[in-house]
Ligand binder design. Sequence first.
Ligand code: SF4
Length: 342
Amino acid sequence: MISQFVPKRVIFEQQALEYPLGKELYERFQAMKIPIQFTGSHNRVTGIPGKTHQESFGEAKRTLVVGIRKSKEFLGCKPSAHYQLPLTTSCPSMCEYCYLATTLGKKPYLRVYVNIDEILCQADRYIQERAPEITAFEGAATSDPIPTEYLTGLLFKTIEFFGNQPLGRFRFVTKHDKVDSLLTAVHNGHTRFRFSVNAATIIEKYEHGTPTMAERVIAAGKVARGGYPLGFIIAPIFYYDNWEQDYHRLLIALDEQLPQEARKDLTFELISHRFTKRAKSNILDLFPETTLPLDEDERKYKYGQFGYGKYIYQEQAMNDMKNYMEPAIGKFFPQAKVEYFV
Ligand code: SF4
């Protein structure tokens, strides 16, 4: 079991103290005797220690920045949602294939935004603009939002906000299991709570500092009993000797934990392992001893939308994975929807 995330240092934007949550966090971190510093902007954080890139990356992942989200505009989040909902960035875990290592670049430290009322007000404006259509927001586009939730309550507040929005929907995804505080939120079925899961062997090898497969599946069972629409991202799926057995065990574990009522509105997203040149170089920089399969010669090159091509598995492997995973999910969860396999 991994323990609760406790930052090693906290850096405040001065302005964050003008908001009730900022003040509350400041007092809480003082009581916890966590060193507190100040910065002019959450985008310009300096002084995180570390002699090597690996060390400073590790230190950044223990650093929490408490700031204000100033930009009014939200970024798009196609195809899964209309907008990203900016609540938090980064995550304290150290998954070797974390997509944030590429997207957050030089800012892997954690950020939480305390002007939550303003952020939700902006979400409300977007919802009104698109009425009578439904507008969907993604809360985990740049973070895993669960590790800091026990400190901020940002997700709880957001879930209840969307619970009151007939035309607004919220979704997020986590690899973490500290979900108890969210079980009592009044969600009205407007938040889809998704878990990113994998075969137990893959989690043990590559997802450092995250809950085990069994712990995540137990958390998913709790969330299902809390009445939330539930979803699973199985990613990245690896192709190796006897891979089917390991993924089969994952489905058995899910089958044991999910109550019947949760199975009617259940989604699966399936993503095979892939990497870009940039991601590979980041991974080798941070995890030089990695055993991830990153040999370009064994892969097929797929041209990407923005010029970033990806190395995906060869066609045969892709077909094998798709032809195994989709029917296996259908057997355990006949009412579930497999949204895509890529
Ligand atoms: S849990 Fe998610 S966000 Fe955190 S390091 Fe792992 S992949 Fe990245």
